[in-house]
Design a protein around this ligand. Structure first.
Ligand code: KIV
Length: 265
């Protein structure tokens, strides 16, 4: 008989930070790949709204709806035994605390998610606080927030000058105080993400944010070299030289755990 593995929880992630054990995360959008990730020992599986780009073929994540997120979250939930399942709150689904509570509640109740992620700065503190008070774990996504692409005028590094770095430090601290359980930093200079990771009591996951975070996340298609369009420069194809997809995922897990991905350069 195969015993079920011990599930990853928010406490597991905090413990891993305290023990300086790297947290491994990847995106998945269906049960089959979710199972492959789970077997490889991925700690957190994200149903990202990146599905708008890598599954649906849109140019941005903006068209993704709550129905899309619920469908893919349910699929992924069926493929997991161990990993913590995090689901993205799509564009316009968390415009105020009441709307956010309704939608985040659906992702947990109907989708089977264990945590929701929203692209936030200190302006979303009231949303994070409301979800947290109702028992919904929240990951706050700082730095490059793809749902803001039209406001930002493109996808680029964030926090690259003194004032923007300072406001990101402040946002991180406000969101921690509001009750976030996890931070995610996207496209942030390595020195800034290292500083934020050191200063906050929560685990911090990075993507394009250097090696100093408590863990790393990438989009599954990027590590398999099948991203439609341009692959981000910080990603790496882990399928190269491997026998198949399970080995590629395993290679990613090992590289994050032993600190060889990402490299410091
Ligand atoms: O939507 C997504 O897949 C994400 C990751 C890129 C972190 O937010």
């Amino acid at each position: 008989m195969r015993l079920s593995p011990k599930p990853v929880t928010v406490n597991t992630l905090r413990h891993m930070k305290s023990e300086a054990q790297k947290i491994t995360c990847l995106t998945a959008y269906d049960a089959g790949f979710a199972h492959v990730l789970d077997e490889a020992g991925i700690d957190v599986v994200l149903v990202g709204d990146s599905l708008g780009m890598v599954i649906q073929g849109h140019d941005t994540t903006i068209p993704v709806t709550m129905d899309d997120m619920l469908y893919h979250t349910r699929c992924v939930a069926r493929g997991l035994d161990r990993a913590l399942l995090m689901a993205d709150m799509p564009f316009m689904s968390y415009t105020d605390p009441d709307v956010a509570l309704l939608n985040a509640g659906k992702l947990l109740q109907e989708g089977g998610a264990h945590m929701v992620k929203l692209e936030g700065n200190s302006r979303q503190a009231d949303v994070v606080s409301r979800l947290s008070q109702e028992g919904i774990p929240v990951c706050a996504h700082l730095g490059l927030r793809p749902q803001f692409v039209h406001k930002l005028g493109g996808y680029r590094m964030q926090g690259t000058d003194g004032p923007s770095a300072e406001s990101m430090r402040r946002d991180a601290s406000v969101l921690v105080d509001a009750g976030a359980d996890l931070l995610l930093l996207e496209c942030v200079p390595a020195s800034l993400s290292e500083e934020i990771t050191r200063d906050v009591p929560l685990p911090v996951i990075g993507i394009g944010a250097g090696p100093g975070c408590d863990g790393q996340i990438l989009v599954l298609q990027d590590i398999l070299g099948i991203t439609p369009g341009r692959t981000p420069g910080f990603a790496k194809n882990f399928l190269t030289g491997q026998q198949g997809i399970p080995d590629a995922v395993q290679a990613y897990v090992l590289a994050v755990r032993d600190g060889t991905f990402p490299s410091g350069s």
